[in-house]
Design a protein around this ligand. Structure first.
Ligand code: FES
Length: 129
């Protein structure tokens, strides 16, 4: 993996499957398929209607998607919903210590999946997202 340009952090997240799986009784979950055909499904547990207590994800795709999901779920845990909505592709890229150029769009899949899951939660609560 190093030979194709993945960072040590990406390889570690991918090999250890960090936050890969499902959250029990999630407050919101959402699957999203990006233009490349890769899919991510996110599960969020939201405490007191305000703070992301737990976040896990499943994916169908490459190490770029997997590591982006791991970094995104790691970053979002402990954040308020408002903070979570402000997470950017750049934040995930920093956590990953870089990604090969051909995999930069994987960051967008992770951010979009997160934002759509939060929007689904807020819509259900009758709040504008
Ligand atoms: Fe599909 Fe990156 S290769 S999201």
């Amino acid at each position: 993996m190093k030979d194709v340009g993945y960072s040590v952090e990406v390889i570690e997240l991918y090999m250890n499957k960090v936050n890969v799986g499902m959250v029990r009784n999630p407050d919101t979950d959402l699957a999203y398929t990006g233009p490349c055909g890769d899919t991510m499904k996110i599960y969020l547990k939201i405490n007191n209607d305000a703070v992301v207590e737990d976040a896990k994800f499943q994916y169908l795709g490459c190490p770029g998607v997997a590591s982006s999901g791991s970094a995104m779920t790691r970053i979002v845990k402990g954040k308020t919903l408002e903070e979570a909505k402000r997470i950017t592709e750049h934040d995930i890229l920093q956590e990953l210590g870089g990604l090969p150029k051909s995999k930069l769009h994987c960051l967008k899949l992770a951010v979009t999946t997160l934002k759509k899951a939060i929007a689904k939660y807020e819509n259900r609560k009758g709040r504008p997202s």
